[in-house]
Design a protein around this ligand. Structure first.
Ligand SMILES: *[C@@H]1O[C@H](CO)[C@@H](O)[C@H](O)[C@H]1NC(C)=O
Ligand SMILES: *[C@@H]1O[C@H](CO)[C@@H](O)[C@H](O)[C@H]1NC(C)=O
Length: 394
């Protein structure tokens, strides 16, 4: 259709020519409007157009449009009819199929073209199938390189319309780059890790932290969807030794691999609370013990003799001697001389008489206990030894 706009005349005839001289009325009836649409023209024709005003007094001289007007088919401006869901980022996972149908309109049929990031599409990666009504962007198996801005353009002569779609191809992230145990105290362990080198082409949404006790080696989740890069793990069990690991997470899920602590954290039995370890002296105390016991002895009346034993113990034991269960006291009886130095205990019996024979006991005692060692002392009469000898010889 051709739209003619004329505002000079109240009434008009519109003529168009085969030759410049052969004018023909375009409107059958006079019109009072300054606007008129000449319908049903043939595409490609060139029209000369003039307007004449008419009143009861007659016709005016014509006003003519200087250049012939070309009749063009302008059915509808080209338009990309982008579906609503493509007006935001279009996210797919690696390996998934992409099949985006974008309707368009325009008359005559627009020419459709595509660009990716301003460059022609790589036909090895992306296929375009365009019909009269839509254009389809098809990618058999998406890869991360397919991410980018795709622009569809529809064009009729000088008219065009464009729409861009942002495609983001994502996958599982890599593991956190590192993890370490930064502190162990009480029943707690402080952990610290770093972001993955590869986020899977989409932001990391959180981390999953696990612990394993060395005894069983089984892993248990302790934190999920945790967004910080450090954590304090509490309520660990005394005496256990732990290892920790952490997975990164994005829209696609948890990283297949994880970062594992190199060291281990042992929850020690003694909760010291940062106080310096008190210095504990080794305990050397022990109950008395005879390292050499008394042996039976015999002597002859008048010949001094010594009973001898050795003892150890800490604190230093007190030594006491007894004869036939009676305590001997060298203050009372100069016959006895008791010496105990360096753990050697001696009881000297000076010039024993026949009644000095009997059962002797040495007792050692300290705060941790007491112990006895005993022996028999025989005091023979002079000559008795010879007499015994004689008996044996007989
Ligand atoms: C338009 O032209 C066609 C033939 O070209 C004719 O059949 C039709 O009646 C015309 N329409 C008008 C409104 O003049
Ligand atoms: C993480 O580290 C910061 C800085 O060292 C510290 O202030 C914060 O308490 C830590 N958070 C946890 C949960 O351990």
């Amino acid at each position: 259709c051709l739209l003619l706009d004329h505002n000079l005349l109240l009434m008009s005839f519109v003529h168009f020519p085969v030759t410049a001289e052969d004018w023909k009325a375009a409107n059958e009836d006079l019109t009072v409007s300054c606007r008129y649409v000449i319908k049903n023209q043939t595409t490609g024709d060139r029209l000369l157009i003039r307007v004449v005003a008419v009143n009861p007094g007659g016709r005016s001289p014509p006003a003519t449009i200087a250049d012939p007007v070309l009749v063009k088919e302008v059915g509808a401006r080209p338009k990309v009819r982008l579906p609503r869901f493509l007006r935001q980022r279009y996210v797919k996972k690696v390996g998934e199929k992409i099949n985006i149908v974008i309707p368009y309109s325009g008359k005559p049929k627009p020419v459709v073209s595509w660009l990716k990031d301003g460059q022609p599409l790589d036909s090895k990666r992306a296929n375009i199938r365009t019909s009269d009504r839509d254009s389809i962007l098809f990618i058999r198996q998406a890869e991360r390189v397919d991410s980018g801005s795709y622009e569809m353009c529809v064009k009729v002569d000088d008219f065009e319309d464009k729409a861009a779609i942002i495609i983001q191809i994502i996958e599982l992230p890599g593991p956190p780059a590192s993890i370490k145990i930064v502190d162990v105290w009480g029943f707690n362990v402080a952990l610290e890790w770093t972001v993955p080198k590869d986020n899977g082409n989409t932001e990391i949404t959180g981390y999953t932290v696990q612990k394993a006790d060395k005894k069983t080696g089984d892993w248990f989740n302790i934190l999920e969807h945790y967004t910080r890069l450090n954590a304090t793990i509490s309520d660990l069990i005394m005496g256990n030794t732990y290892t920790f690991r952490v997975f990164a997470e994005n829209k696609c899920g948890l990283s297949e691999e994880c970062a594992v602590t190199k060291g281990e954290a042992t929850i020690v039995k003694e909760v010291i609370d940062y106080k310096p370890t008190p210095f504990v002296e080794h305990d050397f105390t022990e109950a008395p013990k005879f390292t050499t016991v008394l042996n039976d002895r015999s002597t002859t009346v008048g010949y001094s003799t010594k009973l001898l034993c050795s003892v150890r113990g800490c604190p230093k034991p007190k030594i006491m001697w007894m004869k036939n269960k009676m305590i001997l006291n060298n203050m009372d009886n100069p016959k006895y001389r008791m010496i105990s130095t360096g753990g050697i205990c001696t009881l000297e019996i000076r010039k024993p008489g026949p009644y000095d024979g009997g059962e002797y006991v040495c007792r050692a005692e300290n705060t941790l206990g007491k112990v006895d060692t005993g022996c028999k002392l025989e005091v023979r009469k002079p000559g008795q030894a010879d007499a015994d000898k004689d008996k044996k010889e007989q």
